[in-house]
Design a binder for this molecule. Sequence first.
Ligand code: UTP
Length: 463
Amino acid sequence: MTHEELVARLEEAGQQQTLAFWDDLNAGQRSRLSAQLEAIDFELLNQLVQGEDAAPDWAALAAKAQPPRAIRLDSTDNEFSPMEAVARGEQALREGQLGLILVAGGQGTRLGFDHPKGMFPLGPVSQRTLFQILIERLRAVAKRYGVSIPMYLMTSPATHDETVSYLEKHDRFGLNKDELQIFCQGVMPAVDAGTGKLLLAERDSLALSPDGHGGTLAAFVKEGCMADAQQRNIEHLFYCHIDNPLAQICDPQMIGYHLLSGSEMTSQVVKKRAADEKVGNVVTIDGVTQIIEYSDLPPEFGAKTQSDGSLKLWAGSIGVHTFRRSFLERAAERKNSLPFHRALKAVPHIATDGSEVKPTSPNAIKFERFIFDLLPLAKNAIVIEVDAADAFAPVKNADGEPTDSPTTAKAAMVARDARLLREAGAKIAEGVAVEASPLWAFDSAEAASKCPDHEITEAKYFS
Ligand code: UTP
């Protein structure tokens, strides 16, 4: 595109302010800004700013919402038994049908850590980083089933370079070169909340941010991961987030339920502890499984109970899914199969007069896609209830916050590993921190032959 063509496009879109400093830019800066502007779909942006994809009537939807098709932890009428599921999942694993998508492109603003979140040292005794913790889990599953499980790791421009060099420096924590593919997600520009104008982060750069974990779908195809998965005959992709150290990566039981139920997208959920808990609510509306975000669920519907007093909309998403690859392919072929959600955020920028603006309250709209919006497109979707103590300890907030902080996640890891060790026969003195790598013991049965005979009286990492 020539510069004249770009200027004409910007004028048509009413976004000429992005060139406010053009005359002062050198050739490199000009090409950086031009490339960012050329990549923008102004028609789409305009629709998003105008709100033509306006949010649905959540109250009307919530009124119709029913609990989703589910495998419950304490139910006697589940469609399949845990044993059947484990056997089916183990078979698929042994046949090499699984791949892992780990998403780590978020900016981790709430945690306030200066590096990609995956580099956060979380191991309560070992100081292993989130990357190491999750990669070891993947390697342990692969080892147990005698297969190679490729990992597709999603970064964003905010996390890419540092992630690549960190993992190389640490020899990918034991993954072979051909078992790791790092792919970078796309970005979306932020606009001024009042005027819809694009904002400049620098004189030669727009204010851009990753396009949400829903950006996984487009990037997975664009960056060649889908083709790679096809070529390896990977039929199912297990998906999870970098910030959950308890993620049960490629859990045979979940995979088994996914396969037995003929589901195209299977999600792990936890039973909500409170009506207003800050998790996405998985529900069924007119036979279609979908998520209503906590912020969209009117409190009167969230508080509804069943005859036994338990919450009617009980299923809280934890961002762990298993996808049939053919489903992802179909979804990716559909144009705009994932809607954009708006979030009001404080976005620092350069005003057209050259002054730096550092807002203390939200001034801009960011646009993000969410992966869970694939649920309504999936055939036979099902959710699997898990115990948060075994499967979910997110690292979202900085230490000092009461929930979802490194401290709470470390405590959850210690509690889980202490349970595993005690089940294996170990004696652990009260209050002593223990941590076990899944490469040391995949489960309590394997740990049984390795546990020390004496009581564990000081912090210990089993590796
Ligand atoms: P969150 O939505 O919790 O965002 O991401 P975050 O970036 O970790 O933290 P905040 O909101 O800025 O404090 C959940 C998961 O989705 C990934 C994150 O890396 C995390 O694993 N994610 C999020 C992406 O990969 N890309 C995105 O654009 C957003």
